[in-house]
Design a protein. Sequence first.
Length: 228
Amino acid sequence: MGFVAEVIPLFPLSHVLLPGMPLPLHVFEERYRQLLTDIAEAPGGARFGVVALRSGSEARTGWTRDDGPDVEPIGTLAEILEVEPRDDGTSDLLSVGSQRFRIGELLPEGKPYLRASVEFLDERDGSLTDGQTALARDLLELYDAILVRLAGRATGSELPDDAGALAYQIAARLPLPPGERQQLLVLETTAERLQQLAALLRREIALLRGTRSIAVSPAVLRIAHAAN
């Protein structure tokens, strides 16, 4: 597919949204209330881009082209499914990740929220084999079996048949820090993503087998340490 630029509003978060995954949000800042108003009647449906912050915060206003927020270059389009307005002007919304995109240029001016010119990315299988898909399923089943024994719960229920959706589902279920989840989002093919997930699943299985408690991602460990 050739390059077709489209301008979309951006919602920077300390979170990596994956295609097919839900994203509930509580919208209270005035600029994001304006974003919801602006996209409510959009011809393509109410949607916005989610990009992960690499550092700092997007809380400040008045960005320029030279000092925009430090965000990842690849994010995921979020399509709004439900919006529940509150009496105080805030809203609760439920969206779902759809297409990946690559930022061409940040466009901070003109609106109180960030926008960007983006290119939407294709989902390609690459050198995908049935063996890769089966291995990923088997490893997640083993991970869940150990997790059930330790904690009485699994990461989820049924897995999708489609290999691409399967890869994103596994990536969402594992307790990965945002940086590792972003690395999976950036990979160009499902084959590459499943190969990386197999390695991550083996690591998480080893962590579960080596402890009597639940495996905790490095990001959670850092938060726990800071809280003490």
